[in-house]
Design a protein around this ligand. Structure first.
Ligand code: GDP
Length: 425
C-alpha cells in the first residue's frame, strides 16, 4: 500500500510530526521532491530534530529511508544529517539514494545567492539553497545524475561542457569568478565516494516492495500552493509539491497511491513573497506568531519570522483538491485556545465579486478576505485524547473547516509531541 503525506498550503503545516507518526506504521519512507530548502521539525525520545533532506522515518528501526530521483540531492548536507543522528545516539538508519537522483552542486547555491542579490527588492524570497538553479539545470539537461559519477571519462567531459554554459552567467551576468572545471570534477569525485554506500536502483527496489505488500509512505515537502503548476506561480518552489508527483519522483505507478493524507493547519503561515489573502499584521500577527507551532512560527531552515494569517478556506479547499486528498490531518489547533473569536477566511472579494474557488495569481493579488468569526473555546486543549472531550466550540470550528474544505478530517493534532493526536473517525 502506498500512502502520500503532503501539505495543503504554503508548507510548515506540521507535516514533520504527522509523517513521523505515519512512518511508525510504514516499512519504507521516501522523499520524492525538493531538497534541503525546507525543514521538518520532529520531536521524539532522541531530542528535537530539524530534518531537511532525510525522510522522517530515520528514527525507526524497522524502516528504510529513501531519497528518490525527484529530490535535489545535496550530498554533503545528507552526510551531515546522518552524522547529526549519530551524534544524538539515533541507531544507524537504513538509507538508500536513487541512482537517478541529480546532484545539487555548490555552484547552484552560488547562483541562487547571486540571483537573489541581482533581483534585490524584487526577489522571490529564495532560501538560497540552490533549488531553482538545480531544477533549471536538470531540465536544461546539464545536471549531474548520481549514476554519472561512476563513469569518470564521461564525467570529465561533461564537466567541461557544463562549466562553459554556467560561466557565461557567472562572469557576464553576475560578474563573479568563473567556475574551474578541474575543481568541479574533483568535487564530483568526492561526492561519489560519499554517496556510494547508499546508491540503489530505487524504482526497481520499490516494485519488489510493492509486490511484497510493504507499506510505503511518500513524504512531501512544502504544500500545494508552492507547486510550480498549480501554486501561486511565480512565487513557488521549483519541483512539484503534489502527491501525484510522488509517483514520478519515487518511480512507482501512479495507481499504487491509495491514500493521500493532506496536512492542514488550523491557521495560516507562509514564508517568502507572494499573495497571502488572509494575512494579518502588527500585534495581532505577532501574538499568533509567538504562540504558534512549538516555540513560535519561525522558519526551520532560515529562522525567518513567518507571515501569519487566519485559516483560509478558499486556499485550503483548493490545496486539498489539487492534492487529491483522501483525508486531512488538522494541526496546531491548540494554539488558537487564547482567542475570544476565531476569524476564518471563507471567501475572496475580487473586483467587487465574491469568489470561493482559488484564482490564478494575477487575480489572487487583488483578492480581499471575507472573514467569518467563530466562537473561541478559551482553554488549553493539549493533553485531550478523546475527540468528544474537546470543547464544543472547538469541535464546531473543526466541523466548519471540514465543511468548507469538503474532505474528511480524520486526525487532529493538539500539541507538538508524538502523543498529542486525536483520531477523529
Ligand atoms: P513541517 O515542515 O510541515 O513539518 O512544519 P514545521 O516543521 O514548521 O512544524 C511546525 C511546528 O509546529 C513544529 O515546531 C512542530 O513541532 C509544531 N507542531 C506540529 N504539530 C503541532 C500541534 O498540533 N500543536 C503545536 N502547538 N505545535 C505543533
Amino acid at each position: 500500500m502506498v500512502r502520500a503525506i503532503v501539505g495543503a498550503n504554503w508548507g510548515d503545516e506540521g507535516k514533520g510530526k504527522i509523517t513521523d507518526m505515519l512512518a511508525k506504521d510504514s516499512d519504507i519512507i521516501i522523499r520524492f521532491q525538493g531538497g534541503s530548502n525546507a525543514g521538518h521539525t520532529i520531536i521524539n525520545n532522541y531530542g528535537k530534530f530539524a530534518l531537511h533532506l532525510l525522510p522522517s522515518g530515520v528514527f525507526y528501526h524497522h524502516t528504510t529511508s529513501i531519497i528518490g530521483n525527484g529530490v535535489a540531492l545535496n550530498i554533503p548536507y545528507l552526510l551531515q544529517e546522518i552524522k547529526e543522528l549519530e551524534s544524538k545516539k539515533v541507531p544507524t538508519p537504513k538509507i538508500l539514494v536513487s541512482d537517478r537522483a541529480q546532484i545539487l552542486m555548490p555552484y547552484h547555491i552560488l547562483q541562487d545567492t547571486y540571483e537573489e542579490a541581482r533581483l534585490a527588492g524584487k526577489s522571490f524570497g529564495s532560501t538560497k539553497s540552490g533549488i531553482a538553479p538545480f531544477y533549471s539545470d536538470k531540465y536544461a539537461k546539464i545536471g549531474f545524475q548520481v549514476s554519472e559519477l561512476f563513469d569518470e571519462v564521461y564525467l570529465k567531459e561533461k564537466v567541461e561542457q557544463v562549466c562553459e554554459i554556467k560561466n557565461v552567467l557567472f562572469e557576464h551576468l553576475y560578474h563573479k569568478e568563473a567556475l574551474k572545471p578541474e575543481e568541479v570534477f574533483q568535487t564530483l569525485l568526492e561526492y561519489r565516494d560519499m554517496v556510494k554506500p547508499y546508491v540503489c536502483d530505487v524504482s526497481f527496489y520499490l516494485q519488489q516492495a510493492i509486490k511484497e505488500g510493504k507499506r510505503i509512505l511518500l513524504e512531501g515537502q512544502l504544500g500545494s500552493l508552492k507547486d510550480p503548476d498549480h501554486g501561486i506561480y511565480p512565487m513557488v518552489t521549483s519541483s512539484s509539491t503534489l502527491a501525484a508527483y510522488g509517483a514520478i519522483g519515487a518511480g512507482i505507478p501512479p495507481y499504487e497511491i491509495k491514500n493521500i493524507t493532506t496536512v492542514v493547519k488550523a491557521y495560516s503561515s507562509a514564508v517568502g513573497a507572494g499573495a497571502f489573502v488572509s494575512e494579518i499584521f502588527g500585534q495581532e500577527a505577532e501574538e499568533l506568531r509567538k504562540r504558534g507551532g512549538d516555540g513560535g512560527e519561525y522558519g526551520a531552515t532560515t529562522g525567518r519570522p513567518r507571515r501569519m494569517g487566519w485559516f483560509d478556506a478558499v486556499a485550503t479547499k483548493y490545496g486539498c483538491r489539487i492534492q487529491g486528498t483522501t483525508e486531512v490531518a488538522l494541526t496546531v489547533l491548540d494554539v488558537l485556545g487564547y482567542l475570544d473569536e476565531i476569524p476564518m477566511c471563507v471567501g475572496y472579494e475580487i473586483d467587487g465579486k465574491v469568489v470561493t474557488e482559488f484564482p490564478t495569481t494575477r487575480l489572487l493579488e487583488k483578492a480581499k478576505p471575507i472573514l467569518k468569526k467563530y466562537p473561541g473555546w478559551k482553554s488549553d486543549i493539549r493533553g485531550i485524547r478523546d475527540y468528544q472531550a474537546l470543547p464544543k466550540e472547538c469541535r464546531d470550528y473543526i466541523d466548519a473547516i471540514e465543511k468548507a474544505i469538503e474532505v474528511p478530517i480524520t486526525l487532529v493534532s493538539n500539541g507538538p509531541g508524538r502523543e498529542d493526536i486525536i483520531i477523529r473517525k
